[in-house]
Design a protein. Structure first.
Length: 473
């Protein structure tokens, strides 16, 4: 007899036996664990084991659901009740972020309750005046349907703590999942990090040092412009290189203390972004209809090219039209004026404007683009490499931006190669040295930024390599 035929005969035999048992129920004694659920049993899975959904006395165990097949044998499926937990997200100095998350989608059992108003968050055994807890992201549940509920809490530590910090959240609300199982825990606790909290006096000292550093950077920036206008670009770029190198140190993948980051804020003056934010131009540049929104966000670079072009046009117009046209009238005014002081000051003003216009016209017309590339090397290389190292979708826009990034890197590499070629050519020794120095500066920037961006996963290697390159330079 085939196996299939044996199964059919067996099933028919079991059905007949069940009918006989039901027909003679008064004469037969029901047995728990025989695989046949009677009216006196909640379930019967054919064994006398517990913890499988159907207990040894044929009761359905907690958090289990049982159903019967055609032969009245029970099969049980476990329903795990929802649970809420706290997840540490990140930390910024004395501010930490924690997420309250449920394992299942939930809803309120009663419409009169409100989770946001009822739940209580506190730091255990810490004075409430020493911290502030606030909601950052709230997805409030209702009693109509289940939802994915996530809360994000912001914990700011106001005073330095000497003990371990534990955050405790208590729901004080009845929440259930789609099977009406209630959240099995009402309280959850997580250990937070104990940050270094600066006092008001320490913050004031840090801000004062940052202000002094800002004044020094502005003075150095003005000095570099004067040096550039006087015809010494190498010294100008050396100063700018030092300033911009400092501004890039904050991107090393190290958890800097708050006072050091306050100091680093002063280096933002090196870029043009804060100025654009002040005058509201940054939002205009970020409009998709106005700007292509390239990966490198060349606001400063483009602004400098535009500014240089405008100054070049103004200097050309002044020398071409104003000074030449009014040259005779200016001379007559200077020589015929009765006040020597007025004549002297006016002549000095005209001389200064002529020198400035001639110098500006000479610089921008001959080496303007080269100078702008040198000044912006840090920013251009950093943002270009950052874009190339990042993960991107493959679409026409990103392909176009990748091409732009590669063109910029090729331009900078060509500029570096050009300086080294000039240094090896038959030039005067001082000019050859200057060209070689400028090429080494660009090479140093490129190597440092490659290590800064490419070694983000290993801060120790990052610091050692950057220090080695800077020492070799």
């Amino acid at each position: 007899m085939s196996f299939k035929l044996q199964q059919i005969v067996r099933n028919d035999f079991v059905k007949i036996a069940i009918e006989v048992l039901q027909r003679n129920g008064n004469d037969c004694q029901d047995t728990c664990g025989n695989g046949f659920k009677s009216d006196q049993e909640d379930c019967d899975d054919g064994n006398h084991l517990s913890l499988d959904g159907c207990s040894d006395i044929c009761d359905i165990e907690m958090y289990w659901t049982c159903f019967e097949d055609d032969l009245k044998k029970s099969s049980c499926v476990q329903n795990i009740p929802p649970h809420f937990k706290l997840i540490f997200l990140n930390q910024t100095y004395n501010v930490q972020y924690v997420q309250l998350q449920f394992t299942n989608k939930i809803k309120l059992l009663y419409s009169s309750q409100n989770l946001t108003r009822n739940f209580k968050a506190q730091l255990i055994d810490i004075d409430p005046s020493h911290y502030i807890i606030s909601d950052v992201l709230v997805n409030e549940p209702d009693n109509q349907s289940v939802h994915e509920i996530i809360y994000q809490l912001r914990i700011e530590i106001l005073e330095q703590q000497t003990q371990d910090i534990f955050l405790q959240v208590q729901l004080n609300t009845i929440l259930v999942d789609q099977d009406d199982f209630q959240v099995d825990n009402d309280i959850s606790t997580i250990r937070l990090k104990n940050p270094v909290v600066l006092t008001a006096a320490q913050k004031e000292i840090s801000h004062n040092i940052s202000t002094y550093n800002l004044a020094i950077l502005i003075f150095l920036g003005i000095s570099s412009i004067i040096i550039l206008m006087s015809g010494h670009p190498a010294e100008c770029f050396e100063i700018l290189d030092t300033i911009q190198f400092q501004s890039n140190l904050k991107f090393i993948n190290i958890a800097f203390p708050e006072n050091l980051m306050i100091y680093f804020e002063s280096s933002d003056v090196v870029t043009i972004i804060p100025i654009l934010e002040k005058i509201g131009m940054l939002n205009l540049c970020q409009d998709p209809l106005v700007n292509f929104r390239t990966m490198i966000n060349l606001y400063g670079f483009v602004s400098q090219i535009l500014l240089g072009t405008i100054l070049l046009i103004l200097s050309y117009c002044y020398l071409r039209f104003i000074f030449r046209t009014w040259f005779t009238q200016i001379r007559i005014f200077i020589y015929d004026n009765r006040s020597i002081l007025v004549s002297y000051n006016f002549a000095l003003l005209i001389h200064t404007m002529n020198q400035f216009s001639l110098g500006l016209h000479k610089i921008l017309s001959q080496q303007g683009i080269v100078y702008i590339l040198q000044v912006n090397c840090w920013d251009l290389i950093f943002k270009t490499l950052l874009y190339l190292f990042s993960e991107k979708e493959s679409n026409p826009r990103n392909i176009a931006q990748t091409i732009i990034a590669i063109i910029i890197l090729i331009s900078i590499a060509s500029l570096m190669s050009l300086f080294f070629q000039y240094s090896l050519s038959q030039l005067k020794p001082n000019k050859s040295t200057n060209f070689c120095h400028e090429g080494i500066i660009i090479a140093k920037k490129f190597l440092i930024l490659i290590m800064l961006i490419g070694s983000q996963g290993n801060p120790i290697v990052q610091c050692v390599l950057i220090a080695c390159v800077n020492t070799c330079y």
